[in-house]
Design a protein around this ligand. Structure first.
Ligand code: FAD
Ligand code: MLT
Ligand code: ZN
Length: 493
């Protein structure tokens, strides 16, 4: 059996055998090995949750899931797999949206979920050191009593792991305020593809001693090694947070609104998120957050969620109220109305309308998800253009594509273009690709702003990266993983 890995020459990868299982049994207790091979007695359905991704769009056929508890166990497993040339898929919370967290074929799945201990937290510096398998929400809860928050937040916080966040360089809802994980991650512990443990788990803010190797693993999607520990800088919790949903009559008002909001709220602006009308309607339809009143949504083409986080409640509330007043009283108002949260419950409910779009589109149908960076001014054109394109191919309607929606992180220039279909079909796929990627390339944008490449976009990398960049990525892969065992078929073809 052969599998073309990341090299020009095909590589042989081996399937797990009963002998391999016997070896894993020397490293791990029985409860940490899930396998359909004898002497285990599980069925393939028992492994379905590991073999299928969150959208149930990608599916592997792994026979074996390993759940180590320590870095040493990870190292021993990886060493064995490298010698035996068995492919490994590192898996965190399995919430990734590009098919990176499930096998292409029957690679071993190495789940980090048993590595879930906080190693240390320093409440003065705010530096948290944790096992890679810690769930993001549990880290948030752990540091909350110390008045710190995680620098990253996203809709999948209840199941995604910090290791998965780092491996995908996830962006999310706080990037506008706290920047990317390339800045907030201070150190990593990584098991390299030959089993060596690379200990760069430092807690230093400053360290200019040569190449910053850890950066390579941030966003490598498990193709260069397995992240086992993360050291991350957590900011102090804001004393006050507030949010407001603004209803806009037209998309063309978003940009001027963003400029005004940035200027007026300045240092307290912490999020500026966008949902178009179709996204809002789907979120409401599928019970994400509480619907705004009919009056508030009347005539709204899209919505913007603005969050403030600052040091003094009265000061922040006054600033937000002033902003709203000036927006509503302007000669030609950019907004129809604004709904300000009045309680913690309302605050969460307004956020749910935005965060819940992902879940809503998945409940509505089968989403084709395009996570792109394009100039802000073209967001609406990209969404409308895609809808028109599908219509011209006779693919718009209940029989094929039900909705084309746009939402995302305006402040980061990141649009989520989602095409919600009745089912995944070759016709829709062919209509969307390379169409969407060509549109992105025409704007010199990115085909993956924050979700990564996974298995979904390996063939499309050249729309965002030059041949020279891709060639150097391949060289780096070759140096770290010459036997091509680490998450084969992901990121690079
Ligand atoms: P997985 O899905 O398990 O894995 C993702 C990739 O990382 C895979 O390639 C896997 O092999 C690799 N990996 C996982 N753990 C490790 C490890 N320890 N070492 C090495 N490689 C590893 N993404 C955003 O950027 N912004 C968002 O706002 C956002 N919102 C989301 C909302 C929802 C509801 C959902 C379902 C997803 C969302 N995502 C978002 C996608 C996002 O990539 C993930 O949610 C998250 O970062 C992945 O973490 P995970 O632990 O689930 O990783
Ligand atoms: C989001 O911003 O909601 C996430 O990236 C998930 C998605 O794109 O649906
Ligand atoms: Zn996003």
């Amino acid at each position: 059996r052969s599998w073309r890995a990341h090299h020009s020459a095909p590589l042989q990868l081996n399937s797990v055998t009963e002998q391999d299982l016997a070896h894993f049994a020397k490293i791990l207790p029985p409860s940490a090995i899930l396998s359909t091979l004898p002497p285990s007695s599980l069925s393939s359905e028992d492994l379905d949750q590991y073999n299928s991704d969150w959208m149930r769009k990608y599916r592997g056929t792994s026979t074996t899931v390993l759940k180590p508890k320590t870095t040493e166990q990870v190292s021993e497993i990886v060493k064995w797999c490298n010698e035996r040339r068995i492919g490994i898929v590192p898996q965190g919370g399995n919430t990734g949206l590009v098919g990176g967290s499930v096998p292409i074929r029957d690679e071993v799945i190495l789940s980090l979920s048993n590595m879930s201990k906080v190693r240390s937290f320093d409440s003065v510096s705010g530096i948290l050191v944790a096992d890679a398998g810690c769930i993001l929400q549990s880290l948030t809860d752990y540091i909350a009593p110390h008045n710190h928050i995680m620098p990253i937040d996203l809709g999948a916080k209840g199941s995604c792991q910090i290791g998965g966040n780092v491996a995908t360089n996830a962006g999310g809802l706080r990037l506008l305020r706290y920047g990317s994980l390339h800045g907030t991650v201070l150190g990593l512990e990584v098991v390299l593809p030959d089993g060596t443990i690379l200990d760069q788990l430092t807690t230093l803010r400053k360290d200019n001693t040569g190449y910053d190797l850890k950066q390579l693993f941030i966003g490598a999607e498990g193709t260069l090694g397995i992240i086992t520990g993360v050291s991350i800088l957590t900011p102090p919790a804001p004393q006050a947070s507030n949010n407001v949903i603004l209803a806009l009559p037209s998309f063309k008002n978003v940009l001027p609104l963003y400029e005004i909001v940035k200027r007026q709220l300045s240092e307290i602006l912490s999020a500026f998120e966008y949902i178009d009308r179709a996204s809002y309607d789907l979120a409401v339809k599928h019970g994400q957050g509480r619907a705004l009143s009919d009056e508030d949504v009347e005539g709204a083409e899209c919505f913007v969620l603005v969050e403030t986080s600052g040091g003094r409640r009265e000061h922040d509330e006054e600033k937000l109220a002033d902003l709203l007043e000036s927006l509503l009283e302007a000669e030609e108002p950019l907004i129809n109305t604004g709904v300000l949260s009045q309680s913690p419950a309302q605050f969460s409910s307004l956020w749910a309308l935005r965060e819940g779009v992902t879940e809503a589109v998945s409940k509505e149908g089968k989403p084709y998800k395009y996570d792109i960076s394009v100039p802000l001014s073209s967001f609406q054109d990209v969404v409308d253009g895609t809808r028109e394109h599908l219509k011209s191919r006779g693919l718009l309607g209940d029989h094929a594509v039900k909705y084309v929606v746009g939402y995302g992180h305006v402040g980061d220039g990141n649009l989520h273009l989602n095409v919600v279909a009745k089912s995944y079909t070759p016709e829709i796929q062919a209509a969307l690709e390379p169409y969407v990627y060509e549109v992105v390339a025409s704007h010199r944008g990115s085909i993956s702003a924050e979700h990564g490449v996974g298995a979904m976009k390996t063939h499309a990398l050249h729309y965002s990266k030059s041949d020279v960049s891709i060639a150097w990525m391949k060289k780096i892969k070759e140096i770290f993983d010459p036997r091509g065992i680490m998450n084969p078929g992901k990121v690079l073809e």
